[in-house]
Design a protein around this ligand. Structure first.
Ligand code: CTP
Length: 425
């Protein structure tokens, strides 16, 4: 959890700052927003106040009911100066969208509104995300101002290229996507000595597999599955948030990646096996969320198989290696192995327990794939975590929360004494 001060300046992209607040608070951070007057022309303070759960300030001259405190803090007894107190409490100051005018003021040290005064007083890391018309962004003045900020240690999140705010305008200058803003903020926090303080999983090495393997039939076709990789990526993000050193073996996932996490891309079950076999000995916790093919075409054609002259096509399949079982066969007692089981219907948990024993695991996360509203390629899931002597039901929720529940269970497996201490009676 971090305290993020969000500075919103005048740009059409101000609406994306709302989405940033939503993502950041969902990820467990607390946010306070300050706006420039121009920003209020685009998105009103009420929206930011509702999403942050805190007052939104525009000038130094209005009274802050929270007296500079973030939503998780008690306000001080005195009335502090807002621009000083907000940055004193913040772990990071994100200015997004940063207009050309605000960037110019920041580069020259002007302090003519609350946002720029706070930036001048900030000792926490500052992240600036430009958003403007392409001609303004390409202007030598803006380029120079951004260079000056970079040289001073400000992290600049480069804008994207595409459709711009005004109709028919296209070019560089689009505000970075909110998820990328959050990724940069979290990366900056992880690097910052003040906030990189030990998380509960500090020093733990976590290996996650995510996505679904593709087994080639010929040079263009493959046998695949519907796994999107969302569950694996949510686990990786949550483990990184807890301070772990995270490696993800990624099988065909088209999702944004988190700075600070290591990703190894693979395509087939055999490649996934090879990547895992290398990483596993140095792993404390294995979270095997990937949907790995059980069978693959026995021989893949190196050209595109032609349809002409055929009424049918038979593809001979052969078993792949069971990656989890092969890793488990070499496991040490101090390693924790979590498998996943996608099962149909009422025997799902029994099948999961069978996998736990057969594959030598510490836990199996079972989800019922007969339901269309959870599991494959959806944002939500509902699982039962099967352990050797018990099971934990996790109700339908966002995969981020499911990931947190799974990691809490890993904590219990690794520290049975702390579990006993937490369990009443
Ligand atoms: N798994 C694996 N290698 C495979 C197949 C599966 O490592 N070739 C892993 C998956 O990543 C998952 C767990 O094993 O964590 C269970 O996968 P599942 O396909 O449900 O298990 P199977 O042993 O293939 O069982 P079933 O007979 O139900 O297909």
């Amino acid at each position: 959890m971090a305290r993020i001060l969000l500075g919103v300046s005048g740009s059409v992209a101000a609406y994306k700052a709302l989405e940033f607040v939503r993502l950041a608070t969902k990820a467990g951070h607390v946010v306070r927003a300050v706006q420039t007057e121009a920003a209020q022309e685009f998105v009103g303070a009420a929206s930011f106040a509702a999403l942050t759960g805190a007052p939104v300030l525009v000038t130094e001259w209005e009274r802050d009911p929270a007296r500079g405190a973030f939503p998780d803090q008690a306000p001080p007894e005195h009335d502090p100066l807002s621009h000083l107190e907000l940055v004193r409490n913040a772990d990071v100051f994100l200015i997004a969208p940063a207009s050309a005018n605000t960037i110019a003021k920041l580069a020259h040290g002007l302090a003519d509104n609350l946002l720029t005064s706070a930036a001048l007083a900030a000792t926490c890391p500052v992240v600036v995300a430009p958003a403007m018309n392409n001609a303004m962004y390409d202007h030598a003045a803006t380029r120079d101002n951004l260079r000056v900020l970079r040289e001073r240690g400000v992290r600049v999140v480069d804008p994207g290229t595409g459709a711009l705010g005004s109709k028919h305008e296209w070019g560089i200058g689009r505000l970075a996507e909110p998820i990328d803003l959050l990724g940069t903020v979290e990366a900056v926090l992880a690097e910052s000595p003040a906030t990189a303080a030990a998380g509960p999983w500090d020093g733990l090495r976590v290996l996650v597999t995510a996505g679904g393997t593709r087994e080639p039939i010929d040079s263009v076709r493959y046998v695949g599955n519907r796994s999107s990789g969302r569950m694996g990526f949510a686990l990786a993000d949550e483990a990184a948030r807890r301070g772990a050193e995270v490696t993800v073996v990624v099988a065909n996932v088209a999702l944004p990646r988190t700075p600070g996490v290591t990703y190894i891309d693979v395509e087939t079950a055999a490649e996934l096996h090879d990547a895992c076999a290398v990483a596993f000995p140095g792993t404390d916790v294995l979270l095997m969320a990937a949907a790995v093919a059980d069978f693959r075409p026995a021989s893949a054609a190196d050209h595109k198989i032609k349809k002409t002259g055929r009424d049918e096509l038979t593809v001979q399949m052969e078993a792949t290696v069971d990656v989890l079982s092969s890793l488990s066969a070499t496991r040490r007692d101090d390693q924790t192995l979590v498998g996943f089981a996608a099962e149909h219907g009422q025997d799902a948990v029994a099948y999961g327990r069978d996998k736990l024993e057969r594959k030598g695991l510490d836990a199996v996360v079972v989800n019922d794939i007969s339901r269309a509203d959870i599991g494959f390629d959806t944002a939500e899931n509902e699982v039962t975590i099967v352990l050797a002597d018990t099971q934990v039901a996790v109700g339908k929720s966002d995969k981020t929360l499911i990931a947190a529940a799974i990691l809490d269970t890993v904590d219990q497996i690794r520290e049975p004494t702390s579990l006993a201490a937490r369990t009443p009676g």
